[in-house]
Design a protein around this ligand. Structure first.
Ligand SMILES: *[C@@H]1O[C@H](CO)[C@@H](O)[C@H](O)[C@H]1NC(C)=O
Ligand SMILES: *[C@@H]1O[C@H](CO)[C@@H](O)[C@H](O)[C@H]1NC(C)=O
Ligand SMILES: *[C@@H]1O[C@H](CO)[C@@H](O)[C@H](O)[C@H]1NC(C)=O
Ligand SMILES: *[C@@H]1O[C@H](CO)[C@@H](O)[C@H](O)[C@H]1NC(C)=O
Length: 255
């Protein structure tokens, strides 16, 4: 293996460990309210074997044997801490000794406790030609996202993205999840498409249905009157025309 590569990988790893407090590389992930168990022994825990547990160098289970009272419940080979809280996240070290003080077990374990993921909401914003979609979810750490369009996985694991506006309406849902829990939004329809802005639709945009009819009537009457007046003029210029006086009267009264 490339030494330089692995050294920089290691360095990056440390950098990540120290910059991210909610390090997602926990050995144990728990949902708030779950119980946390630590193995005390591989064989059989004797009545006079003693153990203690520290979290981030603070004692959480003072040294005792299985019969003595203290935080946690000994169940078979394990010690169980019930109803973990978010603040119980940390690095635990477990030490177990026999009656003579010899170490039987010694290890540490990083634990992350996560809250239940609240129901996310799809937030759709129509832009000029694009549509912005965002999965809004309150709080929470180490949340990742998935997107579905009409039930189909879009393979987009991002908080937000933009896409083209489509004529056909689609329903979007998003899922927000942390390592132990997930929740899915209600579907939201993307309805950003507006009919094109061409010549014929312009009057329709400017004037609504009723107004359009009035304009059409005005245009028709104007055209009819012009035709009427032209005819009148022609009749005056040609008094002995073949046009029956009856029909010209009808036309005149129509104006
Ligand atoms: C999603 O979150 C809501 C509250 O925000 C909760 O009532 C519901 O039970 C959650 N659903 C799942 C599947 O966890
Ligand atoms: C959607 O997001 C915008 C900002 O991007 C915000 O102003 C708006 O309130 C959000 N809508 C909903 C329903 O949360
Ligand atoms: C996500 O939203 C942020 C802030 O609203 C924006 O700056 C960014 O460009 C968006 N990302 C994508 C891929 O749309
Ligand atoms: C829109 O829907 C219609 C009918 O469901 C379909 O024939 C058409 O191909 C769709 N158009 C696009 C761009 O998906």
């Amino acid at each position: 293996m490339n030494t330089k590569g692995s050294v920089s990988a290691l360095f990056l790893c440390f950098l990540t460990l120290f910059t991210l407090t909610d390090c997602s590389t926990c050995e144990t992930n728990k949902l708030e309210g779950d119980s946390l168990t630590f193995k005390l022994t591989d064989t059989q825990l004797k009545d006079n074997d003693r153990f203690f547990i520290k979290k981030d160098d603070k004692i959480v289970v003072p040294k005792r044997n299985r019969k003595q009272k203290g935080p946690g419940i000994v169940k078979d080979k394990f010690l169980e801490l019930q109803h973990v809280k978010l603040s119980d996240s940390g690095t635990y070290s477990v030490e177990v000794f026999d009656v003579n003080g010899n170490t039987l077990k010694s290890y540490s374990e990083s634990v992350c406790v996560y809250a239940k993921v609240p129901k996310p909401r799809v937030n759709i914003t129509c832009q000029d030609e694009k549509v912005d979609l965002r999965c809004d979810v309150e709080g929470g750490k180490s949340i990742s996202f998935s997107w579905y369009k009409n039930g189909k996985d879009l393979k987009k694991n991002v908080l937000n993205f933009s896409t083209n506006i489509e004529e056909n309406k689609s329903k979007y849902t998003c899922t927000a999840q942390n390592p132990v829990n997930k929740n899915t939004s209600d579907p939201v329809e993307e309805a950003c498409f507006k009919p094109g802005f061409d010549f014929w639709s312009m009057p329709c945009v400017l004037v609504d249905g009723g107004g359009l009819i009035v304009i059409l009537i005005i245009v028709l009457v104007t055209v009819a009157c012009r035709a009427c007046k032209r005819r009148e003029k022609q009749q005056r210029e040609l008094p002995k025309s073949t046009i029956k006086s009856n029909s010209s009267k009808v036309l005149q009264s129509e104006c």
